[in-house]
Design a protein around this ligand. Structure first.
Ligand SMILES: *Cc1c(COP(=O)(O)O)cnc(C)c1O
Length: 347
């Protein structure tokens, strides 16, 4: 089911399972907007999100379940932490507790990872990123694997008559995909967060080249990451495609064809040198958007997080020298030359 934004997809994916008084489990290694939605806004609607570290043991994750827990949520390749979610581990625990696993697959896209094949029951996407690729539309997607048994007794909204829809019983009347039919008939009807027709047209153009674009983002980013990891101006780099990255083993399992175009790194010398780097770039555009055909770059400390002092940034897990670099489809030699100029401007 296509939605008006990625946020709408994530919101509906939870509301389709949880009502006031219910809870669900999510890792905190997810997109910042989703953290706010889960931790603050859904809480006001009476839905509790229990955050569990994605590196927690099976016992620790199990301990977070309550009788009212209705779902588990994670992000394949987290924006912006670039951690890799262990889909199989979380699917196993979710299913043992009789609830579905929802995976946000925005950064990986179905070209690099197909979460349903690893046990996910629902996949959500922000199509505003790689799927569109050209920054032309904002949109989202919810995919129902059609495998989960919603008649297991935990989900009466699926297995008992829906008064708002002529007494439809979703698991009885739509046994192949009750999840997405209920999302469409109830939530989309009532909330109306559907995509504009013209946005769908633009998204479709992007999807037609997704497979070839993803291959090239990965190839370009791998070269950029290799260049950065050899530079003495760089303190650290996060890119799961690199051997030595702390998520490299998970990346080899879930993302064997590449780990997208997004890299994060910390420049030596902190905020001052990061600003010099940013100011010197010519090819890369300085913007919050990410996962685009054009290389774009963000310095959180002087943009999205600029209200924070250096001490507050550290507390929020953001280094003043940290840069999020979204490698585009330009000639990779040109991209690296641009980065080199930026690094030379750093002291
Ligand atoms: C951008 C993003 C979203 C939100 O998508 P919008 O289309 O901007 O609402 C959700 N998840 C991830 C991983 C994202 O990168």
């Amino acid at each position: 089911m296509a939605t008006s934004s990625g946020q709408a997809a994530s919101l509906l994916s939870i509301l389709n399972l949880c009502s006031a008084g219910d809870s669900f489990i999510s890792t905190p290694s997810i997109y910042g907007g989703t953290i706010n939605l889960f931790g603050f806004t859904l809480k006001k609607l009476g839905i509790e999100c229990i955050f569990v570290d994605q590196e927690a043991s099976e016992e620790e994750i199990q301990a977070a379940f309550k009788p009212n827990t209705k779902a588990v949520f994670g992000e394949t390749l987290a924006n912006p932490a670039l951690t890799v979610f262990d889909i199989e581990k979380f699917a196993k625990i979710a299913h043992k507790n009789g609830v579905p696993l929802i995976v946000d697959n925005t950064f990986a896209t179905p070209v690099l990872c197909r979460p349903i094949e690893w046990g996910a029951d629902v996949v959500v996407h922000s199509t505003s990123k790689y799927m569109d690729g050209h920054a032309l539309q904002v949109g989202g997607m919810i995919v129902d694997a059609g495998k989960f048994d919603y008649a297991n007794g935990k989900f009466p909204d699926f297995s008992e008559p829906d008064e708002s829809y002529h007494g439809t019983v979703y698991t009885r009347d739509y046994p192949d995909c009750p999840y997405i039919i209920k999302a469409r008939m109830q939530l989309m009807r009532d909330f109306g967060c559907y995509p504009a027709a013209h946005s769908s047209f633009l998204l479709n153009l992007g999807l037609e080249t997704l497979a070839v674009r993803m291959k090239q983002y990965c190839a370009n980013a791998m070269e950029v990451a290799a260049f950065l990891s050899k530079s003495d101006k760089i303190e650290s780099i996060t890119y799961p495609g690199l051997t030595g990255d702390r998520c490299h083993d998970l990346a080899r399992k879930y993302l064997p064809d590449g780990t997208s175009g997004v890299i994060s790194f910390v420049i030596r010398g902190g905020r001052k040198n990061a600003v010099r780097f940013m100011d010197r770039l010519e090819l890369a555009s300085n913007e919050v958007h990410v996962a685009d055909i054009r290389t774009c770059v963000l310095h959180p400390a002087s943009s999205t997080h600029r209200q924070l002092t250096d001490e507050q940034l550290v507390a929020a897990g953001i280094n003043g020298g940290m840069i999020r670099f979204s490698v585009g489809l330009e000639n990779v030699g040109d991209i690296i030359a641009d980065i080199e100029k930026g690094l030379n401007a750093a002291e």
